[in-house]
Write a protein that binds this ligand. Structure first.
Ligand SMILES: NC(=O)c1ccc[n+]([C@@H]2O[C@H](COP(=O)([O-])OP(=O)(O)OC[C@H]3O[C@@H](n4cnc5c(N)ncnc54)[C@H](OP(=O)(O)O)[C@@H]3O)[C@@H](O)[C@H]2O)c1
Length: 333
């Protein structure tokens, strides 16, 4: 069976046999990062790759929607290395991401990353993308008391576990691109981080970033950029690529929010220590994360270049683009 393939540059219309399409396995395809990648693969008019989505539940609405768009659906759990090996049989590449906020355990996250690297090695994967973050202990050793040590071994557990896990891919010689992601602007919708109305009627946007810049991105665009990396192929192997849609201060984000919502939004730079004490699960981890991004802002921003992200995905959204599409979802009363 063949699928139509349009080569616009050459002005020709060709077909590549479906059987010759290389397969990319996408973890987290029913979620944010993997979802963007799965949709990028499935909507590419060139049909360059086939998508195999990995899920724990093939019958979920999101898995079924992707299947209807042409994805192959395979059931596996990233806690199970043997299952991962089976799920990766016959694939060219895989997008690996772990899900810290499902369990809040850096040890479990490291085990899952090790499972992924082991399985990738066992099946002879040709291109892995590992969605990672900085091991902040390189900048803030555990004995540095500017921020508390958490769970005995970490400063920012959900960053440190991912950064520490880079070595599983390195040590096993898995051909890997290390993708440094950024704060999802979608957190303003799904994570309760959007503007809130104060008792005095003003809209206030709180962020523990002082006057520093926060690299942010539309979550959907992470997968879109990952697709750009797969399309580039082997030249990206061994590289660390950092992406962001824009690097914006809290003031700039508040201004854009105000323009989108049609009334002023006031930025309030709360101290990281106050954020750590907010009491919700993960507040200490996120308070330390924001302090890390603030205190090492030059390094953190330099590692994430919107121009690189745009080269990978020319449709990359700015914060204002994202707001235009999503402002109706911001729960502001
Ligand atoms: N929020 C941010 O600003 C931000 C920024 C940078 C990085 N991150 C990182 O992004 C990661 C999460 O990625 P995401 O936001 O794309 O996730 P997400 O939207 O929460 O999606 C999670 C998906 O992962 C799948 N999943 C969960 N546990 C699994 C398991 N044990 N085995 C197989 N699949 C499993 C689930 O699919 P099924 O239910 O279909 O199995 C689920 O749909 C976190 O580790 C976080 O630290 C977040």
């Amino acid at each position: 069976m063949t699928l139509p393939r349009t080569d616009q540059a050459a002005g020709l219309s060709r077909s590549i046999p479906m059987s010759e399409q290389q397969i990319i396995a996408v973890f987290g395809a029913t979620g944010a990062q993997g979802g963007g990648l799965a949709r990028a693969i499935l909507t590419d008019p060139d049909r360059r790759f086939a998508a195999r989505i990995i899920t724990r539940n093939a019958n979920s609405e999101k898995a079924r929607a992707l299947a209807e768009q042409g994805a192959e659906v395979v059931v596996a759990d990233i806690d199970d290395e043997a299952g991962l090996r089976a799920a990766l049989q016959g694939v060219y590449g895989a997008f690996f991401v772990t899900f810290f906020w499902e369990h809040f355990s850096p040890e479990r996250e490291k085990n899952q990353a090790r499972n992924m690297a082991n399985a990738a090695r066992a099946v002879g994967l040709r291109h892995a993308i590992w969605s990672t973050l900085e091991d902040t202990r390189r900048w803030v050793p555990l004995e540095d008391d500017r921020m508390p040590t958490l769970m005995e071994h970490y400063k920012v557990p959900h960053f440190d576990a991912k950064g520490e896990s880079n070595r599983f891919f390195d040590e096993l010689g898995v051909p890997t691109t290390f993708l440094l992601t950024s704060f999802y602007w979608d957190n303003l919708i799904h994570f309760g981080m959007g503007p809130r109305r104060e008792a005095d009627g003003r809209l206030v946007f709180q962020l523990p970033m002082g006057d520093r810049r926060l690299p942010g991105i539309a979550a959907e665009d992470i997968g879109r950029c990952a697709y750009g990396i797969f399309k580039r192929g082997e030249q990206s192997l061994g590289q660390t690529i950092g992406i962001a849609g824009e690097l914006l201060t809290g003031e700039q984000m508040a201004d854009a929010l105000g323009d989108a919502l049609g009334e002023p939004v006031h930025y309030q730079a709360i101290p990281p220590a106050v954020y750590r004490g907010l009491g919700f699960p993960g507040a200490e981890d996120l308070g330390n994360m924001f302090q890390f991004k603030h205190d090492f802002n030059d390094d953190f921003c330099a590692a994430r270049d919107p121009a690189i992200a745009r080269a990978l995905y020319p449709g990359l959204q700015s914060f204002r683009d994202w707001l235009a599409a999503n402002k109706g979802l911001l729960a502001v009363n």
